[in-house]
Design a protein around this ligand. Sequence first.
Ligand code: GTP
Ligand code: MG
Length: 452
Amino acid sequence: TQDTRTTLRTPIVAVLGHVDHGKTSLLDKIRGSAVSEGEAGAITQHIGATDIPLETISTMAGELVDPDDFDLPGLLFIDTPGHHSFSTLRARGGALADIAVLVVDVNDGFQPQTEEAIDILRRTGTPFVVAANKADTTPGWNPQEGEPIQRSLAAQSDRAESMLNENLYEIIGQLSDVGFSADLYWRVQDFQKNIGVVPVSAMTAEGIPDLLTVLMGLSQRFMREEMAIDVHGPGEGTVLEVKDERGFGATVDAVIYDGVLRNGDTVVIGGQNEPIVTEVRALLRPRPLAEIRTEKKFEKVAEVTAAAGVKIAAPDLDDAMAGAPIRVVRDRPVEDVVAEVKAELAEIEVETAEDGVVVKADTLGSLEAMADALRESEVPIMRAEVGDIAPRDVAIAETANQQEHKAILGFNVDVLANAKRELETADVTLYSNDVIYQLIENYETFVEERKR
Ligand code: GTP
Ligand code: MG
């Protein structure tokens, strides 16, 4: 008998890369192109994500995509702001994203956050393609609005084409330097062995048909089994961000990657102390086609099915942690679900030592990445926590025995005003940076210099 409740879910595509390399512009352009193709209604805006159905992708990709070749429903794109660590995007101990687009500015090539993104993609084994963006900035470029890249290249002067190629091969070389064999995507036979590089422009939409085609192909080939979900099963998801929302209090922006989440469901969410057990009061989505980041008005929905981004309003969410799991209870003892969430959080628990540095990070995922990197550098950790730097952190850092451990390493976090004052007088040094390896390098340089 066929289980009709099991269907294929939308693959989750993370868009990541260095600040200003064009992640948001690329997504805006994909959305905008869909609108100009008359497919506006097909696109659903989610919290932090955009869902593009297969039909729309196929319209945009033109002859490159035949919808009959695919049985996935489309792609759910998640934008990650440059200052925000992609490592937030975790699910059940692995990566939340099924595949990723690494956006690299063709002129800038690899930058610190590109390297960091690559590290995380490698660690989580996430398949990815490289979007070599801003191809239109090549001197002498002759724009071919919305065309597949090869057709656009055919319209370029030899000089423009060779200038772009030079930049593309620079990126291919940089990928090879970090251990990934890569080539222009149309030369790649086996996307499991080689990374495809797709020249694109978020300004002119050139190459976007190609990018969508490669993404559909990647997900279809490698993801099919993981995409089979029980659409009526209890929802599972990940907290992206905890935000105060006028009229709702503390809310959680989440991505649901399995099952269904309904208004009124009892859910368990990983919190700063104990898991939070609460009841969903509202499920919110931005109004259709409004810009997510500036949109203030939400639409209430009765339920969401994976994969989807959604804002959850419920009591007691102040302590929810970015990167923590969300589980719908439904038909199960609540204690079992609490235990499940605890077990998942325990997996990420950082090993601490009697003497060591204090680590603060914006999300569980980035805290985990920091802890990994510090272990590799043999720097012990006395306390590791998600959240802004508070006076208590300063007090704890001061209790370290060794002078070099009297330090707070903050990743993507703010320093609370009263902690700032304490830091002025305390014998504690603060290191903060938005790139993990640079943060650790700064700390190590300081330790080395003290020894000399
Ligand atoms: P963060 O979210 O801050 O990390 O940046 P981002 O990667 O989302 O970059 P964003 O899309 O905000 O683009 C940064 C700047 O580059 C903007 O001024 C864009 O207009 C410009 N830009 C992005 N893509 C292109 C492109 O393909 N061509 C040209 N000419 N400019 C682009
Ligand atoms: Mg952006």
